[in-house]
Design a protein around this ligand. Structure first.
Ligand SMILES: [Zn+2]
Ligand SMILES: [Zn+2]
Length: 347
């Protein structure tokens, strides 16, 4: 075991403090990673504050991890000491169910091992990226290509793949009209990736306050949904809508902006049950769907794609003592567009 400095949430109600955790000694297939940067995902906040049901404490959140390999186990073949690597939302899966075998290990039927607030299959709790070091099986460690800086790469491991996967699955590309709902951590990545895939991209945001950024990220059009009549004016416009917001929406109004065979895909997670009229679907053979992160294979594909197209996240770099304040700002949507912790500031 190695003692490692980390940013720890002792309980749901207590503030973060810097302390130490134990990391396992590397097994034959393990990679030891010196964590350089860790992104702050909104789901970190939900879990650290126990808003999604009972959580495991003490907690070290963080599933947008970028760093450098410092040690490898005897059987490791995929990574070498000095490699630039990342870890996303899970660090193991059963590797033998139908979904794992299909490369859709994010939907492992046994349940994959979450990077933090989870348990390894042997029962040990997992601790995430708000720490100086992490140890993980090589098959769940991604390569970060040269051409993306590690700090702006970190958020790709969750926000990037969460938007890339549905954009690919539902065929975003040349000749397609894609709408991104929300211009936050997920939404801004969706805009960049959809644009790089060749789609015509529209942002649907509450206001036009982020329009300049949106257009810089690659949006062709930008509309304020807070303005009366906006969605009505977009009837039948889109092939695909990616909804990144977790607020309640007038889903029927959004469905009406889809073309024949269009799909509206949820990647944000509203707390409340959402409602819609089935008429809104059958009228245009439309689909309402959901998507959750992506598999390891597709996450690597996404990182390679982002490197090729010069895509990173737009970030605000913060120190270890700024996490509490950053959480409050994320809840207020006051971040452009992802907080990333510089782990050199821990301890
Ligand atoms: Zn996340
Ligand atoms: Zn599985």
């Amino acid at each position: 075991m190695t003692t490692v400095a980390a940013i720890i949430k002792p309980t749901a109600d207590a503030p973060f403090e810097v302390g130490t955790i134990e990391r396992r000694a590397p097994r034959a297939n393990d990679v030891v990673i010196d964590v350089h940067y860790a992104g702050i995902c909104h789901s970190d906040i939900h879990q650290a504050r126990e808003e999604w049901g009972k959580a495991i404490f003490p907690m070290v959140p963080g599933h947008e991890i970028a760093g450098i390999v410092t040690e490898v186990g005897d059987a490791v073949t995929k990574h070498q000491v000095g490699d630039r690597v990342g870890i996303g939302c899970f660090v193991d899966s059963c590797r033998e169910c139908e979904n794992c075998l299909a490369g859709e290990d994010q939907f492992c039927l046994k349940g994959n091992v979450a990077t933090y607030n989870g348990r390894e299959y042997d029962g040990e709790p997992t601790y995430g990226g708000y720490s100086k070091q992490i140890v993980a099986d090589e098959n769940y460690v991604l390569s970060i290509p040269e051409g993306i800086e590690l700090d702006v790469a970190a958020p790709l491991l969750c926000a990037g793949i969460t938007t890339y996967s549905p954009l690919k699955h539902w065929g975003a590309g040349p000749g397609k009209q894609v709408a991104i709902v929300g211009m936050g951590g997920l939404g801004h990545m969706g805009v960049k990736i959809a644009h790089a895939l060749g789609a015509e991209v529209t942002v649907l945001s509450q206001t036009t306050s982020k329009e300049e950024d949106g257009k810089r990220f690659g949006a062709d059009h930008y509309y304020a949904t807070g303005e009366e009549g906006t969605l009505k004016s977009l009837r039948g416009r889109f092939d695909l809508i990616i909804n990144t917001v977790s607020a309640d929406l007038d889903i029927d109004a959004y469905l009406s902006t889809l073309k024949l065979n269009g799909s509206m895909v949820f990647v944000g997670l509203p707390e409340n049950t959402q409602q819609f009229r089935v008429f809104s679907l059958v009228g245009g053979r439309r689909s309402l769907a959901g998507s959750n992160i992506g598999g390891i294979r597709e996450t690597q594909e996404m990182l390679d794609f982002c490197a090729e197209h010069g895509i990173g996240s737009q970030i605000e770099l913060i120190g270890a003592d700024e996490v509490e304040g950053a959480y409050d700002r994320v809840v207020r949507s006051d971040v452009r567009y992802r907080f990333v912790i510089d782990t050199a500031t821990i301890g």
